[in-house]
Write a new protein. Structure first.
Lengths: 216, 216
DNA sequence: ATTATTTTTTAGATTTGTCTAAATTAAAAA
DNA sequence: TTTTTAATTTAGACAAATCTAAAAAATAAT
């Protein structure tokens, strides 16, 4: 059984692994709002418990055991987010901090019953996939355009916002279903995205990119 | 803002206050599964924060501030118990440990929305009253017979178990609505209760006593 | 290839909540 | 009232998770 703090480290390492593997001490320190020295201490502890592979000065990777634990935390976090939005009428921007606490409640029965109560949701309110109890993610054939990295390509397969003004905006830009796009640049300053579509270059805000669903 | 541990102490002190006031160090130690020395340490800390009144060797009482905090924890605990039983189909005997964790999640919005979602329940699955956000308990005109102390009297005003075998059992014993009873003795060994009813003496199990509702 | 810079680690201290063992106070018994 | 017993507190230590400051290693720059 892991402590609250250990679980937090595992979760952060899991998320950072997607971006770069192995994960650096400083990256963890920044995300967890602590000092690099503290991270080193905790990593040693997690390494002794065989939850991470640790080589001095080389950063960490999760072991199978650590990864499974991390995915389970992510599962709990996202299920609670669904609960908060769908049952308690939270706004999507209000759920994160609360889910951050709820995710650490251990009862297996609680999580399975919650999953059932929510009718086995496959994605959380932000469109992120919810793994099952064995750590498997449903193979969602789409992901948000905002999750693509520079030079990645994809086909527009849906939207997650159905308001008329939004759809009209996409139409004007030529961003309609079935169109093939490539991310040519992500602007650091505001997170906006430069796209290549039919040899034209267009720019869309981060907000818009979040609501466009892509399959590769 | 209090820590998880501080909250637990306040909650336990609150519950023990009902039985004896001020509350003794040893009583807290036993309930919280720790040593008397640790309790003394924590009490000093709570006293500095003006959550309890503490006089050396005399035990503790809650201050207004401490009492309000404690009642709020009780509120959260009982609301979560209702949620677990009514929405997630937990059995009444499965809820306590989980609610023990859930009660420490701080978000005020969460608790108010949960209350609303559950349609403002007045009692938890065990019949214990749920205070409102200001710490006021609905003046329930009944309480469980099992909560009466020796020599206390009351009138039977309801039951919290409606199965046919149970009701037949009560009828046979003469324990019907409107009857006046007095607790003559509580047997330590099994928690069973000896009652005086219409000058007869009868004995009922703790289980049965729990499901009989009384008004004084 | 050396030097400079950044990143990471070590060493030692701090805080929170706990513990044991000994000392103190209060309560009960003689 | 004195003695015995029980409850409580103090003193000092410990584990978890953190910190600062200094040392060591890796990376980047010249």
């Amino acid at each position: 059984m892991q402590s609250f703090t250990e679980e937090n480290y595992l979760k952060i390492i899991y998320h950072l692994s997607v971006i770069s593997n192995p994960v650096q001490t400083n990256a963890i320190a920044e995300r967890i709002q602590t000092k690099a020295a503290s991270v080193t201490d905790m990593i040693k502890k997690l390494s002794e418990k065989e939850l991470v592979n640790y080589v001095k000065y080389q950063g960490v990777t999760l072991t199978e055991k650590g990864k499974l634990t991390a995915i389970n935390i992510v599962r709990r976090h996202r299920l609670w987010e669904v609960f908060l939005v769908e049952k308690l009428n939270f706004k999507w921007d209000q759920v994160h901090e609360v889910a951050e606490e709820l995710e650490h409640i251990k009862s297996i029965l609680l999580v399975e019953r919650l999953d059932e109560f929510l009718e086995f949701p496959k994605v959380d309110p932000h469109g992120d996939p919810i793994p099952d109890q064995y750590g498997n993610f449903a193979d969602l054939s789409f992901l948000k355009l905002s999750k693509l990295k520079t030079n990645e390509k994809g086909t527009i397969t849906g939207v997650s916002e159905h308001s008329s003004p939004f759809l009209k905006h996409l139409e004007k830009l030529g961003l309609t279903l079935g169109k093939r796009i490539e991310v040519s640049e992500i602007i650091d300053f505001d997170g906006s995205v430069e796209l290549l579509i039919e040899d034209r270059k267009i720019n869309i805000s981060k907000e818009v990119a979040k609501h466009i669903l892509i399959s590769k």
